[in-house]
Write a protein that binds this ligand. Structure first.
Ligand code: TMP
Ligand code: MG
Length: 214
């Protein structure tokens, strides 16, 4: 049977270059003859995704817990297909995942919505073999242009999100998640090279890692 694929998550703040880097990674793996699929969260195409999209664009109001659970459901609705793709040998690149899910909701400052609470609905989802966090400074982010018009795209929220990502990484690394911080303030190529090396290393370690974890 063919080796299973790797589940690789790319995380970061807005403007860190996640989507461009995911695209470069996809191309580089394909050029080396490795099967690859790319998915992103939120997946705005499903029924749940449409509700999330309306919320993010400010066209609907939802309780903080309710929207949080929609984001998590949006991952659960494709969990099986991720597992199947991995088993068939595809390397699955995921643009934002559970880490964004927990951190953005907890960053809203709702006293009844802690990081711990926010993490719970993520438990049992396919566990990434590697998470690459694209790190940029607030100054570099500002240089790259203003925020878009969506909910959460403001300085106060981004500052809190940055802190919470690092708080969450401390916890999940204790649970043996492989989280690597990539300095994304450099040129596109420099960042892409580091990402490619990290992902190749992960693919080489898959035998040692064993089956896809939860
Ligand atoms: P995007 O800019 O990558 O399309 O993501 C849209 C916003 O949704 C972004 O501000 C991060 C936020 N988000 C959550 O709040 N929870 C989640 O689970 C995910 C995946 C994203
Ligand atoms: Mg965005």
């Amino acid at each position: 049977m063919a080796q299973r694929g790797a589940l690789v998550v790319v995380e970061g703040l807005d403007r860190a270059g996640k989507s461009s880097q995911c695209e470069l990674l996809r191309k580089s793996l394909e050029e080396s003859g490795m099967p690859v699929k790319y998915i992103r969260f939120p997946d705005r195409t499903t029924a749940i995704g449409k509700m999330i999209d309306e919320y993010l664009r400010g066209q609907s109001q939802l309780d903080d817990h309710a929207i949080h659970l929609l984001f998590a459901s949006n991952r659960w609705e494709v969990a099986r297909s991720i597992e199947q793709d991995i088993a068939r040998g595809y390397n699955v690149i995921v643009d934002r995942y559970s880490y964004s899910g927990a951190v953005y909701s907890a960053a809203k400052g709702n006293p009844n919505l802690s990081l711990e609470w926010a993490w719970l609905p993520e438990i049992g989802l396919p566990r990434p073999d590697l998470c690459l966090f694209l790190q940029i400074s607030p100054d570099e982010a500002a240089k790259r242009g203003g925020f878009g018009g969506e909910r959460y795209e403001n300085q106060a929220m981004q500052t809190r999100v940055r802190e919470l990502f690092h708080a969450l990484f401390k916890v999940v690394r204790g649970g043996h998640d492989d989280v690597q911080i990539i300095d994304a303030g450099r040129s596109l190529d420099e960042v892409a090279n580091d990402i490619r090396d990290a992902v190749r290393g992960c693919i080489e370690r898959l035998d040692a890692i064993g089956p896809l974890r939860k």
